[in-house]
Design a protein around this ligand. Structure first.
Ligand code: SAH
Length: 346
């Protein structure tokens, strides 16, 4: 595979251009073109420079292979990477604009029992430019031109565990929020983790106040370990301590994801345990009914149960929302699209 120019921030592009013996303003042209989601071959710089770049750098590191549109307007993309690997992303339309969900790895090695992304293990990490290019491409597709964005919000909730690809993810966060680039404010970015505690501490110290989301899904370490192997490594109490540190450092309240699985985590008992665990904390609980994955035998809780669970939490003083499950008719859950596509190809 060639190198990826979208890995570079503006200063690095400038250094590259200078090392080529080119005039500095070419760096600006190039960077603006990339920020608009253009391929190198489409950017208006002298042919000689373009060709030199194309010898070393991928013209289109992330290509839309297929688009699926849900009846609720949610779009799901299957992206092809330059080495042929596939990743997926989702674009959700809200009143204020578009929220794009990006992948951070091809596959995942966390092994959560309800998740389709991890079925084939981890294939490889994405580079920062491959994460960024998912947004540049989709933003351009929807008429956004660089910082004049169609994509207003970003969530790192596609395939992969962001804190298991720490350096590339942080570089991506810096580049995507850079004022001279596509300039998505860290406040409009949410990073979701299954609870890699050291990564939460590191992120808190980066000075990037993104929203921290932790996938909790259970109220006890034993219960959590049934569906999330990572629970054997990090205790809920350690996660909560790391969240407090994150709040101290960034002033951002944090969010817990709690997917409701029938017979597993959504009885009244679980609601009161969750209240005990989280009350008084500057946090919010997002409840989402499990998106059933064909390969797994876990079942979603009924709608009614989700609202009952939410009202228990509210009574206990926790703020919570039952999230609309968007795009479930097109394989909305993590990794379902890629898994389905790979299966049908065989
Ligand atoms: N690895 C990160 C981010 C990716 S998953 C993490 O674990 O947070 C984004 C969210 O979707 C997580 O909360 C994850 O637990 C949840 N999720 C994965 N598969 C799901 C499914 N089939 N139904 C409902 N939620 C699911």
């Amino acid at each position: 595979m060639k190198k990826i120019l979208q890995d570079f921030g503006f200063a690095e592009i400038e250094n590259l251009i200078i090392s080529f013996g080119e005039k500095k303003f070419r760096a600006k042209q190039l960077y603006e073109g990339l920020t608009k989601g253009k391929k190198i071959s489409e950017i208006n710089v002298p042919a000689e420079l373009r060709n030199r770049l194309l010898e070393e750098y991928e013209d289109e590191p992330v290509k839309i292979e297929k688009t699926f549109v849900s009846s609720d307007g949610t779009e799901k993309f299957l992206f092809a990477l330059a080495d042929g690997n596939l990743i997926e992303g989702v674009l959700m339309k809200y009143r204020y604009g578009y929220t794009q969900c990006v992948s951070t790895q091809v596959g995942c090695r966390m092994g959560c029992k309800f998740c389709a992304s991890t079925l084939g293990g981890l294939i490889r990490n994405l580079t920062s430019g491959e994460i960024l290019s998912q947004i540049l491409t989709v933003n351009a597709l929807h008429g956004g031109a660089g910082a004049k964005r169609a994509v207003t919000n970003v969530v790192l909730m596609g395939s992969g565990e962001p804190l298991d690809n720490y350096e590339n993810v942080v570089k991506f966060l810096k580049n995507v929020s850079s004022a001279d680039g596509i300039n998505v404010s860290p406040r409009n970015i949410s990073l979701s983790t299954c609870g890699l505690v050291p990564g939460i501490y590191r992120l808190a110290d980066e000075g990037l106040p993104v929203n921290l989301t932790v996938s909790l899904h259970q109220t006890t370490d034993e219960g959590r370990a049934r569906t999330m192997p990572v629970a054997k490594k990090y205790k809920i109490s350690e996660i909560l301590k790391a969240c407090s540190y994150y709040f101290e450092k960034t002033g951002r309240r944090y969010i817990f994801e709690y997917s409701l699985i029938a017979g597993e985590n959504c009885d009244e008992k679980h609601a009161s345990e969750l209240v005990e665990l989280l009350k008084g904390r500057p946090c919010h609980v997002n409840l989402i009914r499990l998106n059933e994955v064909e390969e797994r035998d876990l079942k979603a809780a009924a709608d009614k149960q989700a609202y009952r669970f939410s009202s228990f939490l509210e009574k206990g003083g926790l703020s919570s929302t039952v999230r609309r499950s968007m795009g479930s008719d097109i394989g909305g859950a993590c990794g379902q699209l890629r898994a389905g596509y790979l299966k049908n190809k065989d």
